[in-house]
Write a protein that binds this ligand. Structure first.
Ligand SMILES: N[C@@H](CCSC[C@H]1O[C@@H](n2cnc3c(=O)[nH]cnc32)[C@H](O)[C@@H]1O)C(=O)O
Ligand SMILES: [Zn+2]
Length: 432
């Protein structure tokens, strides 16, 4: 057994308290062995965490990772116009190679900001899986299925691809990659296809993940056409199981919060995307009070515009207070929970907690920064003051992915160069 000790730091425990401790990791099994004092002597290798906070690796519960290529391409528009006028025309020109370049860039950014796991909905998923494997991350991936604007044969092909991809990649990268069936949303996939393909996803045994109740414009047509709220409609379609997770859940009413709690379906809250697209304010405090599992996601980089889960946690706390009109709502502990174990539980990964027997997925945050001084409360610092650039080391599955800000699994300069070039040619093709 090869072991790694993360030494000299403070450790964020699963009950969201902080203690002084070392963390001993089994690198072969990818597991945490022990949390305790003076573990350096027992390890083959050490990672210095002095003057640092060791946290679970962050879990990004909803992303479109290759959209890093479209960062800053189209800003300042509402969801519908943004997707239809700007994003979808460019995405129509994507190739496996451009998606590879965008995924490399996105995974690089994740590692540099302490994210070790994510859920992703996009195109060319086997290519994304390949990059995730190379980068050393953990992910639940799926092919986004859409029916609007397509003829029937094309929709069946798209949905079939969604199922096949889910079956193909599940368990890849020594189990670091899992999958889901991902119909894009309740309004962009026609009901007949949901009825046909969701049961097939159940046969495969994979969760279902989709955008729901993101904007008011998505709620109205469902109420008008089906006579029920969107999440009641989702339940009718068999899309509200305990392993399922929805992105956004902004415009959910009390009846829908009740449905989520009862079904144990999780919500991935994406506050930055919701603010940027002016989609609305999710009732996060209400969801938490009702016992719904809430995770955090960045959504794609084109609507955020970064993949930092520390930024997302801060945004979630700020927006949650504003939404509840209550400064005590969505406190620091809640957003730190959401960014780690909340997202992990939501997307069905057994991670997000520093505990013996759990996957060794960790981020080490440098506290020797002016904006992290003084140190009254490290949970407060995580929620409100720490930045992506404070992450010193990132460890996933027991492997060191970044040491002292140097990413070891990807060549940073080459990844940035390839992504810039891919983005430029992609946009040129689309605008041609
Ligand atoms: N196979 C589908 C691809 C869907 S991938 C997932 C899609 O979600 C889009 N997306 C990104 N952010 C959001 C959001 O906030 N709401 C809804 N869709 C989004 C993204 O641009 C991408 O087109 C097709 O044929 O179009
Ligand atoms: Zn999204």
């Amino acid at each position: 057994m090869t072991t790694l000790a993360i030494t000299g730091g403070h450790v964020l425990l699963p009950d969201i308290t902080v203690t002084r401790a070392d963390v001993l990791v089994d690198q072969d099994g990818g597991e945490i062995l022990e949390i305790g004092d003076d573990l350096a002597g027992e390890a083959d290798e050490t990672l210095d965490a002095s003057a640092s906070l060791v946290t679970p690796g962050f879990v990004n519960g909803h992303c479109h990772v290759a959209m890093t290529l479209l960062r800053g391409y189209a800003d300042d528009k509402p969801l519908d116009a943004w997707l239809q006028e700007d994003i979808w025309p460019v995405e129509a020109e994507l190739t496996a190679e451009t998606v590879r370049a965008g995924t490399e860039l996105g995974t690089l950014e994740m590692i540099k900001s302490g994210t070790t796991s994510f859920a992703d909905m996009y195109f060319f998923v086997p290519t994304i899986a390949d990059v995730v494997d190379e980068a050393g991350l953990r992910a639940r991936l799926g092919h986004g299925v859409i029916s609007v604007g397509k003829d029937e044969a094309a929709v069946h092909e798209d949905a079939q691809e969604g199922l096949e991809v889910a079956a193909e990649i599940d368990g890849m990268a020594d189990g670091r990659i899992t999958s889901a069936f991902m119909p894009h949303s309740l309004t962009t996939v026609d009901g007949q296809y949901l009825s046909e393909y969701v049961p097939k996803a159940r046969e495969l045994g994979v969760p279902v993940h989709y955008h729901a109740n993101e904007t008011k414009d998505e709620v109205t047509p469902i109420v008008e056409n089906h006579g029920v709220r969107p999440l009641a409609y989702a339940a009718e379609k068999g899309m509200l199981e305990s392993e399922d997770f929805i992105a956004h859940g902004v415009h959910v009413d009390e009846s829908e919060i009740g449905l989520l709690a009862e079904a144990e379906t999780s919500v991935i809250h994406c506050p930055a995307s919701n603010m940027k697209l002016a989609s609305g304010m999710a009732p996060v405090q209400r969801l938490l009070e009702a016992g719904v599992t809430v995770g955090l996601g960045t959504d794609g980089a084109a609507s955020n515009n970064d993949l930092s889960m520390l930024d997302e946690a801060r945004d979630a706390a700020m927006l949650g207070k504003l939404a509840a009109d209550d400064a005590s709502a969505v406190p620091a502990e809640a957003v730190v929970t959401m960014a780690t174990q909340g997202s992990a539980d939501a997307i069905g990964l057994d991670t997000g907690r520093i505990e013996a027997g759990k996957p060794a997925d960790l981020a080490v945050i440098d506290l020797e920064q002016p904006h992290l001084t003084p140190r009254h409360d490290l949970v407060s610092h995580l929620a409100y003051a720490a930045a992506a650039s404070d992450v010193r080391h990132t460890v996933c599955d027991g492997q060191v992915l970044m040491r002292d800000r140097e990413v070891l699994t990807l060549d940073e300069a080459a990844v940035r160069a390839r992504a810039s070039e891919a983005a430029e040619t992609l946009v040129a093709r689309a605008e041609d």
